[in-house]
Design a protein around this ligand. Structure first.
Ligand code: FAQ
Length: 326
């Protein structure tokens, strides 16, 4: 197949490639990096996977804020491990993205210039220790609900990365919930701290799962390609149904007066989400957007000498290897 045939859609050959591709998707076959794929499929995956990677990396910041102030050695070790896992998730996802022909430098550039998004949730501040509990319980909880269906996504490298990520997220969710359990069993002040964290993180956690299906611009096509296996609203409902009993079990109140079990639908009905707040945060006007970006860009700039030294070392080794071989 010539490059021209691949680039020029509309030819009989490219229509046949497209038909074969669609048939593979229907048969639930995994698409691998070297397989033919429509350009839009490639771009959509770069968009979603890179935003996911950026979210993992920026997501280290709110929790990183508490590593030095964790209340015990045990809590500190668990938090350190969690934050390190998030760096690892970012790295798998950047690598998976690179298989689609975009470089790591380009991906970072998109994040640092604000061209690429990252999850709205990481633009909220972590003001008390209870926020470490709320993030693990709610943010990782929502992330698992979103990511378990992605283990079955159509692009092979993304699906395989998600299997490992989900195993680790499950530990993260448990460590967060356990912090909340302990706080609710503690002094009245500790219980109040847990409730306050739930009050602040509940709505942003619901928003994190993306705009409503009616507002979502990518869901329809992404579902056809089996990139997304469930819609944003389906995932949100699943998250609410799973989380409300967990809150009740430890005596915390979900901050939603309209929340009630619906016997007919067998789901919880819930109150209106403030979508204006969500879009403000996505557009860069959340409480910590500027701080998060400054931290990432600063880390990138301060790390330049490390990257240069690593590259110089690698080049030196390649040169001496070549000499040995010749
Ligand atoms: N924040 O048409 P849709 C984690 C954008 S990882 C910011 O519905 P789509 C682990 C969206 O990009 C958390 N922007 O889009 C952890 C699009 O704009 P674009 C991240 C958002 O892609 C835990 C526009 O709105 N997880 O938490 C958000 O079909 C604890 C229209 O939206 C993933 O990335 C948002 N919340 O559905 C780490 C999972 N929602 O790109 C540390 C993979 C939507 O056209 C600590 N991603 N937008 O400019 C997905 O499943 C999907 O991309 C969705 C959005 C569901 C997030």
């Amino acid at each position: 197949m010539s490059e021209e045939q691949i680039k020029n859609p509309g030819t009989e050959h490219s229509r046949s490639l497209e038909a074969q591709f669609e048939a593979r998707i229907l048969r639930d076959e995994k698409i691998e990096p070297k397989d033919w794929m429509p350009e839009k499929y490639r771009q959509t995956h770069i968009r979603q996977m890179s935003q996911h990677a950026h979210s993992e990396v920026v997501g280290m910041l709110p929790e990183g804020n508490w590593i030095t102030r964790a209340p015990s050695l045990r809590r500190k070790v668990a938090l350190l491990a969690k934050v390190q896992d998030e760096a690892g998730h970012g790295l798998y996802l950047y690598s998976a993205c690179e298989t689609l022909g975009i470089s790591r430098d380009e991906l970072y550039e998109q994040l640092h210039t604000g061209k690429a998004k990252y999850s709205s949730i990481f633009n909220y501040p972590t003001v008390t220790w209870a926020d470490m509990g709320a993030i693990g319980w709610l943010v990782d909880g929502a992330a698992i609900i979103n990511q378990v269906p992605l283990c079955n996504t159509s692009f092979g490298p993304y699906a395989r990365a998600m299997v490992r990520v989900c195993k680790e997220e499950s530990f993260h969710q448990r460590q967060g919930y356990e912090i909340m359990v302990k706080l609710t069993q503690g002094s009245p002040e500790q219980k109040e701290m847990a409730q306050d964290a739930l009050n602040r993180w509940w709505w942003p956690a619901l928003m994190m799962l993306g705009p409503t299906d009616a507002e979502s611009i990518h869901t329809e096509q992404s579902m056809k390609w089996k990139l997304k296996r469930k819609s944003n609203d389906e995932l949100r409902q699943q998250f609410i149904d799973q989380t409300v009993p967990q809150a009740e079990l430890i005596g915390l109140a979900i901050p939603d007066e309209d929340l009630k079990w619906n016997e007919k639908t067998k789901h919880y009905d819930f109150g209106a989400i403030n979508w204006d707040e969500f879009w403000q945060v996505v557009k860069g006007h959340g409480p910590c957007n500027k701080e998060r970006m400054a931290a990432r860009v600063g880390a990138w700039e301060r790390g330049e000498w490390v990257r240069d030294a690593a590259m110089a070392h690698a080049e030196k080794q390649t040169t001496s290897l070549k000499k040995e071989v010749s």
